[in-house]
Write a protein that binds this ligand. Structure first.
Ligand code: MN
Length: 129
């Protein structure tokens, strides 16, 4: 079981209802507090309002995509140091580099292994403590 003194707050920006359901369940089981935004615009708004401990950002979103959203988040100095994980279905050679160049800290290709996913979240949250 994961031991935390305060429950880290994770902002999930994802448009697929099944992925949302699954990820919220996984994260809440670990006692994380989760807020969901279903598009980039509302995700950026929520990030500014809530200053979450981490952002999970889907790359394929309607209208503004996750890469552009990440660049915008990184331009805000209040948000510049929040770990952001890219969630993507892309698996072509070179995609990871192209995505990471927008300012992400890490990258998870879907479908992902639940344990690896939770380990990655935990590792990025405890970084710098
Ligand atoms: Mn999507």
């Amino acid at each position: 079981m994961l031991i935390v003194d305060k429950n880290p707050h994770i902002l999930l920006i994802e448009d697929n209802p099944n992925n949302i359901k699954l990820m919220v369940m996984l994260l809440e089981q670990q006692q994380y507090k989760v807020t969901v935004a279903v598009n980039a615009e509302s995700g950026i708004e929520q990030a500014n309002a809530l200053l979450p401990d981490m952002i999970l950002l889907d790359i394929q979103l309607p209208e503004m995509d996750g890469m552009e959203a990440c660049r915008i988040l990184r331009q805000n100095e209040k948000l510049a140091y929040i770990p952001i994980i890219a969630l993507t279905a892309f698996a072509m050679p070179g995609d990871k580099e192209r995505i990471m160049a927008n300012g992400f800290d890490e990258y998870m290709a879907k479908p992902f292994n639940y344990r690896e996913f939770l380990k990655l979240v935990e590792r990025l949250l405890s970084r710098g403590e």
